[in-house]
Design a protein around this ligand. Structure first.
Ligand code: ZN
Length: 279
């Protein structure tokens, strides 16, 4: 099994790969290294011909508190996998390239992974945490799970992967994005964002049981079925919405930089964040 600093990769069954986010002390905040490791872990599962389905789970009480804001903005990003290269550009270009690769780029790649993926979610999923959950094909949520895009508090109009309307429907997506309030697992179920809500104590087993509903099918048929449904995103114009929203996201970053002497988000949010009062 491959070895990672921020993840655990394992195969609970021959046909099931399971990736654990393993920064529980940081509420599984995503630093750059974690995201590259996750991309490598997905590749490992795609390259293993025995694996038919991949579970993404998280150690600790919370699935993910989002991007690790303490490391942003960061310098050089090594081992780029996309083509938005370069962290040494001037102006807004370096930051744009960075987020194009590790946020938008990875999310779109993970959504279109050949094999089915299942997010197994407990506790809080905040902002960037959504960007690990939403690209998965299925979401199994513990009854303690909550979901929140709090970027509006930062002066930013949504996380970098702009799937809100697809995940929640247009009206609920507006409420979710513009109010910045968390929704419960049951609300997410009602909106169609999650497949099942289970008792948190039973989340691991319930996710495995769901995975077994896939592993008794031929792998190629699973891939083809997934890809056929994902074609709906393209038919519905997801790529155009994503581009527009990503550019708006970066307009807000640039606005903040100009208004707040270089801070990429509203600094009052960072003050409350660093005091542990993250909204
Ligand atoms: Zn951003």
């Amino acid at each position: 099994m491959p070895d990672f600093d921020n993840l655990i990769y394992e195969k609970p069954e021959t046909e099931i790969a399971r990736i654990w986010l393993n920064r529980p002390e940081a509420r599984n905040a995503q630093n750059t290294q974690l995201l590259y490791e996750l991309n490598s872990a997905y590749d490992e599962a795609m390259n293993d011909h025995d694996v038919k389905v991949v579970i993404l789970a998280a150690k600790g009480p919370h699935f993910s508190s989002g991007h690790d804001l303490r490391e942003i903005p960061i310098g050089a990003t090594e081992d780029r996998v996309g083509t938005w290269n370069g962290d040494d550009w001037e102006g807004s270009e370096a930051f744009y390239c960075r987020e194009k690769e590790i946020y938008e780029g990875f999310c779109r790649r993970w959504r279109d992974l050949a094999k089915p993926t299942i997010a197994s979610v407990q506790g809080k999923v905040i902002a960037g945490g959504l960007m690990l959950v939403w690209p998965c094909d299925f979401v199994i949520a513990g009854d303690d799970a909550t979901f929140q895009d709090n970027t509006m508090f930062m002066g930013i109009p949504g996380v970098e992967y702009f799937a809100h309307a697809w995940e929640l429907g247009i009206r609920k997506a507006k409420e979710f994005l513009l109010t910045g309030q968390a929704i419960t697992a049951e609300e997410a179920l009602a909106a169609g964002m999650v497949n099942k809500v289970v008792e948190s104590d039973n989340l691991e087993e319930a996710t495995l049981a769901f995975a077994r509903l896939l592993t008794d099918k031929p792998s190629f048929a699973l891939k083809l079925g997934k890809d056929a449904i994902n074609a709906t995103y393209h038919a519905q114009g997801f790529e155009n919405v994503q581009r527009a929203a990503f550019n708006a996201h970066h307009l807000a970053h640039t606005h903040s930089r100009l208004k707040y002497e270089g801070s990429f988000i509203d600094p009052t949010f960072m003050e409350s964040f660093s005091k542990g009062k993250n909204k």
